[in-house]
Structures are given as C-alpha cells and as structure tokens.
Design a protein around this ligand. Sequence first.
Ligand SMILES: NC(=O)c1ccc[n+]([C@@H]2O[C@H](COP(=O)([O-])OP(=O)(O)OC[C@H]3O[C@@H](n4cnc5c(N)ncnc54)[C@H](OP(=O)(O)O)[C@@H]3O)[C@@H](O)[C@H]2O)c1
Length: 328
Amino acid sequence: MSAAFASVPKYKLNNGRDIPAIALGTFLGFDEHGMTKSQNKQLRNVILEAIDIGYRHFDTASVYETEGEIGEAVRMKIKEGVVQREDIFLTTKLWNTQHKREQVMKALQETLQKMELNYVDLYLMHWPIALNDDYTHSDVDYMETWRGMEDVQRLGLAKSIGVSNFNKEQLQRVLQEGSIKPVVIQIEIHPQIIQKELVDYAQSQDIVVMGFSPFGSLVMRYGMQFPGPKLDNPVLMEIANKYKKTTPQVVLRWLVDRNIIPIPKTTKHKRLEENINIFDFELTSEEIAMINRFDSKTRYTFPSFWQTHPHYPFESIENPIADPFVKN
Ligand SMILES: NC(=O)c1ccc[n+]([C@@H]2O[C@H](COP(=O)([O-])OP(=O)(O)OC[C@H]3O[C@@H](n4cnc5c(N)ncnc54)[C@H](OP(=O)(O)O)[C@@H]3O)[C@@H](O)[C@H]2O)c1
C-alpha cells in the first residue's frame, strides 16, 4: 500500500457504502479532430500508474470513451494482486441519448462489457437533458430516466446511483418523486464557481458532492487561457507558501475542506502525485473564505446550445453557441 493511499479518507454515502475522497478525472478534452481519444493505451497506463500512486476512485462517462481502458487497467491490477475489485471505486455516467427507462440498463450493460467488469460503484445521470440519436431534443422526462437508474441499482449493475449537472430544483424533484435517493451530485466547482447554495442543499440532504474541473481558470481550457486566478495568483501563492504546497494543491484542499470530492484530471506522473498529496494539511476558515471570494459564477461546461431544452439546468444567455453535434 502506498503512503498516499493510506492517507486518502472516505465518505459514507447515504446508502452506507464508502466513497474515496478524491477521484481521478479521465475526460481527455478536445483536439483539432474533436474529442481527444487515448492512443496506444495511454490512458490505461495512466490508470496503472495512478493505482500504484494510491488513487482508488476513477471518474469516467460513456461519452468520454475511456471506460474500456479504465476497466482494463483495473483488471490488470487485480490480476497482479495489487488490489481487489472492492478496493476500487468506479464512477461512470449515462449519456443523454439513452434516457428512456428501458435504455438505461442497455447502456450500463454496454459500459460493463467495455470494462469487462460486473458492476460499477456509482452510475450518474450525466445531464437532466434527454436527446434523440440525432441530438434533437427528446421529451423524455429525467424522472423516467431515474426509474431506469433505480432499475440498474436493484439489479446490482450499479452499487449506487446519482446525478450530474442537475440544478437545485431538479435535485429536489428527484428526492420528492424518486424511490431511491441519489447518493451523489456531481457539478462544476472551482474558485470561480463555488456553488454554495447547491452544495449546502445537497449536503443538508446527506448527498455527497463531487466537484469537476476543480482547477477552473488556473489551467488552460480548450487550448485557451480564460480570465480568472492563475497558478501564480498572489492569494493562492500566499496560502500555498504557508503550507509548503502548490496552488493546485491548495485549490484541491479547498474542495476537501468543504467536504467535496475533487476530480482533478491529469495524465502526467508528477501531477498525479501532486494532486493526491493533499490530505496532510487543512485550510483555515479564513483561507476558505479568501478563495470563495473569487466566485464569479463562471462555468466552463456551459452547453448553451441546449438552453431551449425544457430541462436545461443552467441560466440562459442571449447568443447561445451552435450545437456542434447537430448536422444541418
Ligand atoms: N459531469 C460532467 O459533466 C463533467 C464535466 C467536466 C469534467 N468532468 C470530470 O472532471 C474531470 C476534471 O475536469 P477537467 O478535466 O475539466 O478539469 P481540471 O481537472 O480542472 O483540469 C485539467 C487540466 O489541468 C491540468 N493539470 C492537472 N493537474 C495539474 C497540476 N497539478 N498543475 C498544473 N496543471 C494541472 C491538466 O493537464 P495535464 O493532463 O497535461 O496534466 C489538464 O489540462 C474530468 O476529467 C471528468 O472526469 C465531469
């Protein structure tokens, strides 16, 4: 067991199961050809390294096309005797084109075939938005989809179920109308979008929050620098120097200190180590407040091309970008 793993705590989910307090992200981003694909088992090798470093929780989605290599790495490490299946926590997500109740089980079965595993630990509805195969809007209600999510948990294909990119009202509705309570909500959280209200609400309902894109403006996104705090931001640097940590570590710790599971993504060995090495210090409430002050409600996952969908979860804007998926 590596030193890093020994120090990663776990949260208790509302169904009694455990979830590790940090997850490795596996969305590889975009390049000039569209979504970046893993070449020559690059991602599988990252997961193998990550398991050696101490990561036990991996975040994927059917739309990322990384499920197969994650499953392969996990199976290799089980075969090597490094871990057992129950030591690993796999989170994956249902895509928007498979929202009819009967499609949910089929979608998860396809995921499990790709992973060559019998179950996932956590299955999330990626968005409350249903789409047809051609990416036109579908009127399937997310509560119908939730029934399908409940089916796969009852069948044991997913040990737990939850939601992603839901707003407060949508989460409330799942709590009111669903039979199984979601264990997790996964949303975008970084210094520029602290999501105080939604985090407080979810945590008051005993729902664990996972925070994606934790580095916000600190890093390049879509090949660009966006306005907002950078790696050398003086406020973050001051805190980092105090604890002899880096500014990415401070931002990840800010999430942990709010009881949020950060999902940093990296494919680099040094950064895999850096990003998990955050469980030996703690920010003060004043330092947490200093980072909260960067909040400008800025999202980087902002699919405004879906904003006319009846279940679009976010605020609308005047000039939405064109849907890259719909062919004219
Ligand atoms: N539910 C959803 O809709 C949703 C949406 C978006 C993301 N997610 C999940 O959240 C994960 C993370 O989000 P993200 O990939 O958008 O953003 P992120 O983790 O905030 O940022 C990733 C970027 O930061 C760089 N990086 C990582 N560690 C670093 C460090 N210590 N110092 C400097 N740079 C560092 C990475 O580069 P290198 O790889 O080159 O190190 C990569 O370019 C995704 O992979 C995915 O699993 C979920």
